[in-house]
Design a protein around this ligand. Sequence first.
Ligand code: BES
Ligand code: MN
Ligand code: ZN
Length: 519
Amino acid sequence: MDFSIKACDWTKGLPKGSTKGTPKGASTGSPAAFLTGKSDCIVLGVFEAQTLTGAALEIDTATKGLITRVVKAGDMQGKSGTTLFLPEVSGIGASRVLLVGLGKQDAFGQKAYGDAVRAAWRALLGTKIVQVTFTLAQAPVKGRTADWAVRAAIVALRGETYQFTQMKSKPEPVQHALKRVVFSVDAADEKAAKAAAKEGVALANGMDLARDLGNLPGNVCTPTHLAHTAKKLAKDWKLKVEVLGTKQLEALKMGSLLSVTRGSAQPPQFIVMQYQGAGAKAAPVVLVGKGITFDSGGISLKPGEGMDEMKYDMCGAASVFGTLRAAAELGLKLNVVGIVPACENMPSGTATKPGDIVTSMSGQTIEVLNTDAEGRLVLCDALTYAERFKPAAVVDIATLTGACIIALGHHMSGLFSKDDALAGELLDASREASDPAWRMPIEDEYQEQLKSNFADVANIGGRPAGSVTAACFLSRFTEAYPWAHLDIAGTAWKSGAAKGSTGRPVPLLLQFLIDRAAQ
Ligand code: BES
Ligand code: MN
Ligand code: ZN
């Protein structure tokens, strides 16, 4: 898919110097001719009030009132998410117009824009249209800029066209024809929009990588497969990569992580990737992703129903891969370290048993009361390992608790941090990227639930506030740096008919890094 930006102030006419771009044969001088000369279709927004503005008004004039007549007839009432193709349009270069309902103008915010954009892409992808001129990013989205709108539209389109066919013996051929999108923006927004288009593509590439890794089954996406992926990523994007195996983890005294992998036939892989976009001395942001490639629960075996979805228990790791890829593609000027503790959680004669006590790399002893609370057991050692990078900040990302889904459902990731500044940055990034997160408590009062009669700490805190006690457990290993934890159990994948990985929270994490790099 090819994306480009063209400046066109519809109401003020052509930007200076742009007449050069007027296609041959098109009636010159008008914005309508300038922008539609080479496309199969132009996408125009219509608000419920049905007063045409901007591009729609201009195209209406060029087509001798066609849009007005369609709207008057009631065929397009501007209702949010509705679309209407007008075929065989004459008077402009494009042969078709796609009208898209934008809803009520005073309610036209981020959500309404997203709905309209997705409806437009869906309509277009169902046709043979190859090239399209897209004007919706010029509509005034409340609290958002045109470059934001361009980026959001690209990410939405790439989300609509994403397919996971690797595991089919005969993959269905790609159905749509769409190849090229030209975004029309006001001349004043052109520069920012071009940068935003690059960001959108890099973000979508990162999300696709995260989605692919998430969707792969556990027998293919093993810890070893994640290690191979890291090495390939490092080669393609000039990252430093190091993979530690069992022996090295033993030498590091990662007794907690090793207790999780004990029941598995697959060897653990502790993956460390480094992207250097700033000076060698600049303190890095460290991203730590839970990489349980299958979580059976171990001896505390999970119920059978829906257990297949525990192949997604490495989505935190996948988001670290995707974010690093995107950061490298954009050449962000900061240093980022990605740490992925990868292993399986399986039952067997060698598996860790409930009641076993293990010693973490930090020296703290942990009573494993439930072997299904394994994410925190691999993360705690990875968080201790992170200290050696003297990080500016550490963010861990994990499909950590079912309790987080009970608390927040599937829209918002849970954000836990004692550091208000870091939490604020991540929440800002989540809003900007439309990848929402909600701040949860992590007060010391909850630590009491993790009391163990036999070890320093227990690995579970009972049913009340399960996602909070999980975060409190992790906090005990993060005293050395500013730290935040994202519980993505509810947001990393979808169940049901649309079962599949979402690529979240790559948008949030990338935005966080973009904002940090700009500081
Ligand atoms: N990977 C799961 C969390 C999970 C469950 C994510 C369901 C998405 C959907 C995690 O390892 C786990 O099993 N957590 C337990 C913790 C409990 C034993 C304290 C849970 O949430 O039930
Ligand atoms: Mn588990
Ligand atoms: Zn798990």
